[in-house]
Design a protein around this ligand. Structure first.
Ligand SMILES: [Zn+2]
Length: 122
């Protein structure tokens, strides 16, 4: 065999090894991605459940509402009903496409985030 043929075989060998390495890395990435999705589904479900639960439980004690005149209660209910997540996940109050965060950086409900603005409009 001539030197040129040896050199060509060497290059082919390196390419094959590189191909195997790339496929292993891609396979590993797919595996990690699959695992991430499996973990994300229950965590996301739990988060959604918390959001829905937080929306259902009223933020104001009933005694405070009872003290307000009827009109003010209606206005509060009307404003608060706007400060919820719409179907596309946007904030119904300000239209922000991303989740609102509280002062600690945790995701919070639009109602809680815009509480001061809602109170100011009453
Ligand atoms: Zn908002």
């Amino acid at each position: 065999m001539s030197k040129v043929v040896l050199r060509v075989l060497q290059v082919i060998g390196v390419l094959v090894l590189a191909g195997i390495a790339v496929s292993v890395v891609v396979g590993l990435l797919q595996w990690v991605l699959g695992l991430a999705i499996i973990v994300a589904i229950p965590v996301g479900g739990y988060w959604l459940y918390k959001q829905v639960k937080g929306r259902q439980s009223p933020q104001i004690p009933s005694s405070a509402v009872g003290a307000l005149p009827k009109g003010a209660t209606d206005r509060r209910t009307e404003l608060e009903s706007r400060a919820v997540m719409d179907a596309s996940g946007r904030c119904g109050w300000c239209g922000s496409p991303s989740l609102h965060k509280d002062e600690y950086g945790f995701p919070t409900t639009p109602l809680r985030y815009h509480r001061a603005e809602i109170d100011a409009m009453l």
